[in-house]
Ligand binder design. Structure first.
Ligand code: ATP
Ligand code: MG
Length: 392
């Protein structure tokens, strides 16, 4: 969010920031790009935030209300409606936030979406499961970060999963799609992508999120013209139309089945997390923080979109609990491949482990890039398997 603020200021916007940190705690590098700042006590208390921001903005001229964090896109849309500002309506944004509404709209456009039903009780879930069949996926309607998301292979397993989902009010019960999983990311102007990106998940997020020993890898694909991606790109562009995308970032996920069929997964009207924007920047040597701001403020995108590299990010998870005690294999890796590494942000020895269930960032990452796809993937695999952090 600090980088987006910087981008907005750089394209000439006066930025009024809203957050839950005290103004005094904001870093100087951020403060210099803010014209004013409002601290709210609870950023996710939508009505309270709307009332406070509305009162704070009284008497000022505001042109845009923007949010790039999934849980705030609806708040921003409501504020736009209240202030009579241009931008995506509440109804449009709901189509990017509510996973059933999203699939209904994408399905209605004739696109391939997993069979799914909205469920609110265990009884409804059992009934939906009998119609959809196994394997299936059960996940929260407005989830993020694969939280409370389960693959279910049988009725017996469904009972075990239901017992863990009491705190989830509304869920999607969905046909399980077997295949490779990719992203489709854009910066749009008036719903038309000015910038496009595809990245592949290795392995699929649900597997990476269920197994601590996995070092999740995400690789942006340099060559978007290859035949293998044509279906996914076409799907992505049609989804933007079906959901009435306006200006700004989108982050979609899609599957490619072994028979080549492409299937919609989900989409948000905000950038992908876990450093994906940095990864896309390294792919093209551009600054999407600033170009997003230009698109959102002025309806223009001026950066070159030629793709130079496949950029791979490798997230590491330490073995053991507590503080990092040693890192094996890093020095050797950097000696051999350091020239291709653009970021090395592993937690240092002595730092406390992060909660890998809470953040994909886990215990740090390495970001590398190479023009050749196979080489980029091989190097990512070496970093994933031959660098080990210990906390024991
Ligand atoms: N119908 C499906 N078939 C196969 N796998 C699925 C399906 N739905 C979800 N998954 C798996 O579960 C993961 C998380 O699901 P989804 O992306 O819908 O939720 P999310 O919590 O918003 O994810 P995130 O925020 O991590 O992108 C997907 O990335 C995918 O690996
Ligand atoms: Mg997802």
């Amino acid at each position: 969010m600090q980088q987006y603020t910087r981008g907005l200021a750089e394209v000439g916007a006066s930025v009024y920031g809203v957050g839950d940190s005290p103004a005094a705690a904001l870093p100087g590098s951020l403060k210099k790009h803010l014209d004013d700042y409002l601290q709210v006590p609870r950023l996710l208390d939508e009505n309270d935030v709307l009332a406070r921001v509305h009162a704070w903005l009284r008497g000022r001229e505001v042109d845009r209300v923007l949010a790039n964090w999934e849980v705030l896109v609806v708040t921003a849309a409501r504020l736009r409606e209240r202030l009579g500002l241009p931008g995506m309506s509440l109804d449009t944004v709901n189509g990017f936030r509510d996973k059933e509404l999203m699939k209904e709209r994408v399905r209605a456009a004739g696109l391939r979406v997993p069979r799914s039903e909205r469920v609110t009780t265990a009884t409804e879930t059992r009934a939906a499961a009998s119609r959809i069949g196994y394997p299936l996926v059960l996940k929260p309607i407005s989830g993020a970060g694969s939280a409370d998301t389960y693959r279910v292979d049988s009725a017996a397993e469904l009972e075990r999963v239901l017992a863990k989902m009491h705190h989830v009010g509304e869920a999607s019960c969905e046909e399980f799609i077997e295949g490779e999983e990719f992203t489709y990311d854009t910066v749009c102007v008036g719903g038309v992508p000015a910038f496009e990106n595809v990245a592949q998940y290795l392995p699929k997020p649900l597997i990476a999120r269920s197994n601590e020993w996995v070092s999740p890898v995400i690789v942006t694909v340099r060559d978007l013209a290859q035949e293998k991606l044509a279906g996914g790109l076409a799907l992505g562009r049609k989804v933007l139309g079906a959901l009435g995308m306006g200006d700004g970032f989108t982050h979609m996920e899609w599957f490619r089945k072994p028979d080549g069929e492409v299937v919609f997964g989900e989409i948000g009207c905000r950038p992908g997390g876990a450093h994906l924007v940095h990864q896309m920047n390294y792919t093209c040597d551009i600054d999407l923080f600033r170009e997003w701001a230009r698109a959102a403020c002025w309806g223009r995108f001026e950066a070159p979109t030629a793709r130079k590299y496949n950029a791979a990010i490798i997230f590491k998870r330490a073995k053991g609990q507590g503080r990092i005690t040693r890192i094996d294999g890093l020095r050797e890796f950097m000696r051999r491949y350091g020239e291709l590494v653009v970021e090395q942000h592993l937690l240092p020895v002595g730092a406390h482990r992060r909660d890998w269930k809470q953040t994909l960032l886990s215990d740090g990452h390495i970001l590398l890039r190479h023009p050749d796809w196979n080489t980029a993937c091989e190097l990512a695999s070496i970093a994933a398997t031959q660098i080990t952090l210990y906390a024991e």
